[in-house]
Design a binder for this molecule. Structure first.
Ligand code: 13P
Ligand code: SF4
Length: 314
């Protein structure tokens, strides 16, 4: 029986999780949680991972309904890869500010002024913006894909920090960027590296390429959320400073109890990623919350071209 509103408020987290698991089974729904979600959300999810891995998992499952606990562009990517499925974003207010920094008119104008340029879009972009881009990349595949592109004149959007990281690793191509990026990662200053290194001598510094070049240049490893997790789990080291959203240090502490994980900065908290609560997931399961991703056919078809190219080259 469905708990009353009053009971829901006084419910303890494990009870609410049990209720979510029961409903998920009853309604045959697949729940996806990005790795930046809190542990209480990842515990009720069928899959936890980075944005691209989640959309691939969603396209493989039999469930006709998928709930994404993450931000809007991630739910859109799930819909793009599984247009026949009903896809919900668990909290409709959760958007990625970086994904919304550029619009397609701006990019179309750039292309007109720079004929022959290849526009590479980080997956953290809206579906609408993807319609005018040539290829998508994730933080883990960006270098590999850009190296394989036939053209040498590249515009990398929207993250200029990830763009400079790619440019450093693909020096034979002319890679241009525009002013854009993740407000959370880009806010970490080099002084945080100095402080963390002083507080945790000998610890390895693992950093997301959305951080500014001065921070990534000082790191022992630069990689995507998945890359950082895999590196830390497989490395023989014991102490790690984690330069990405704070959830990764916390998940790793659960996964590797014998190792120590220290966030590079306590400010590395993405409020959009933290907007989703268990109550949002519960309400979405009941059809009383979340937002269904509705994308028009033509937009999906055009945006899918650069996603397919990413799969082909990645
Ligand atoms: P991933 O694609 O590595 O999941 O990263 C998403 C993101 O928002 C990083 O800040
Ligand atoms: Fe967007 Fe940055 Fe939050 Fe990732 S951490 S969802 S890039 S704002």
């Amino acid at each position: 029986m469905r708990p009353l509103e009053k009971e829901l408020i006084t419910m303890k987290i494990p009870e609410l999780q049990q209720e979510i698991l029961r409903l998920k089974k009853e309604k045959d729904v697949c729940i996806l949680a990005h790795s930046y979600q809190t542990r209480e959300i990842t515990e009720v999810a069928d899959f936890t991972g980075d944005s691209f891995a989640l959309s691939v998992e969603a396209s493989r499952v039999k469930n006709k309904t998928v709930i994404m606990c993450g931000v809007r562009f991630m739910a859109e990517t799930v819909k793009l890869l599984s247009p026949e499925k009903t896809v919900f974003l668990a909290n409709a207010t959760a958007g990625c500010p970086m994904a919304e920094q550029m619009d397609k008119e701006m990019i179309a104008a750039f292309k007109k002024e720079n004929p022959g340029v290849t526009v590479v879009a980080y997956i953290n972009t809206t579906t609408d913006l993807k319609t005018v881009c040539d290829v998508c990349v994730t933080s883990s595949s960006a270098v590999k894909i850009v190296k394989k592109l036939p053209g040498d004149d590249i515009l990398f959007i929207p993250d200029c920090n990830l763009g400079s990281f790619v440019a450093k690793n693909v020096p034979d191509k002319n890679i241009r960027t525009l002013k854009g990026g993740c407000p959370i990662h880009a806010a970490v200053e080099y002084s945080a590296v100095e402080e963390a290194r002083m507080r945790h001598p000998g610890a390895l510094l693992l950093v997301h390429p959305e951080c500014v070049p001065k921070v990534t240049e000082a790191a022992d490893y630069v990689g995507s959320t998945k890359g950082i997790i895999d590196f830390a789990m497989n490395c023989e080291g014991r102490d790690f400073i984690i330069g990405t959203e704070i959830a990764i240090a916390s998940h790793l502490s659960y996964e590797c109890p014998g190792k120590n994980f220290y966030p590079l900065s306590k400010e590395l908290i993405c409020p959009n990623m933290k907007a989703t609560t268990l109550i949002d997931v519960y309400n979405t399961l009941l059809g009383q919350g979340g937002e269904e991703m509705i994308l028009d056919g033509e937009t999906m078809e055009k945006a899918r071209v650069c996603i397919d190219r990413m799969i082909e080259l990645g």
